[in-house]
Write a protein that binds this ligand. Sequence first.
Ligand code: NAP
Length: 264
Amino acid sequence: MPIALVTGANSGIGRATAIGLAGEGVHVIVASRSAERAQPVLDEIAAFGGSAEYLELDLSSMTSVRTASQSFADTRRNLDILVNNAGIGVNRRGLTEDGFEVHFGINHLGHFLLTRELFPNLGSGSRVVALASAMHFRADGIDFARVRHPTAFIGLAEYATSKLANVLFTRELARRRPGIRAYAVHPGLVRTRLIPGPIRVLSAPSMVSPEQGADTVLWCATSEDVASESGQYYQRRTRLPPSSQAQDDDLARELWERSEEWCG
Ligand SMILES: NC(=O)c1ccc[n+]([C@@H]2O[C@H](COP(=O)([O-])OP(=O)(O)OC[C@H]3O[C@@H](n4cnc5c(N)ncnc54)[C@H](OP(=O)(O)O)[C@@H]3O)[C@@H](O)[C@H]2O)c1
């Protein structure tokens, strides 16, 4: 049975992705920072005869990321699919436990470390899907000083930067690990907790359900149609060019090298 790990699998797109994968006969590791919030997903998967287990993971703590990846690595199982889904949206401020601006620290750096620590379990043909966003088009590069000394007010610029980092990470992962298939996905505007209430109301007609948002994620994670591709950006099952900054190989390399340094 193939194995997938989905971060932030207790809510929104991650939850729909975990249930979708389990429905396709994949054993799903429901990674979440709360066993209590993950339980309903485990119950729902068990109810239709699917297979899943819980893994505690807090992406705002490198210690937690290392503990989680080590506990999976100790089982010596191959990881066929890693979905780096968890994330925080705007209206968030502050630093992670390790002193990084929260969007950058959780949305990018936590996932960078998780993926790197899981390299021994990611075999040839394993897939890594990153939940990016069309918001990455709004990013004005990556200010590497500011990710340690944030000035976030509403967090919009910080969120956009973290999503640019997700696309760059995917590009660089594909270059450094040709055996791994890496995909960055924009899920659409999805009706989840991540979207602030007023925007959810104003944008209601153009929003899609978490299941619809998870569709391209599941497609990248499992479809033969994309099996030969890596390092690209997708929306609605279509490969699209990301922003010019997201195609900047020097920036992708610099982000990777700095992330390695930061993660130790
Ligand atoms: N919704 C959209 O329109 C949209 C558009 C583009 C991209 N995306 C991306 O899609 C992904 C999923 O978001 P969503 O819309 O499904 O939002 P969501 O329902 O709020 O889900 C976010 C998930 O991330 C988890 N999470 C947050 N901080 C965490 C941490 N420190 N450690 C571990 N897990 C953490 C949350 O867990 P808790 O329950 O513990 O908080 C939750 O499970 C995000 O990466 C987001 O940027 C969403």
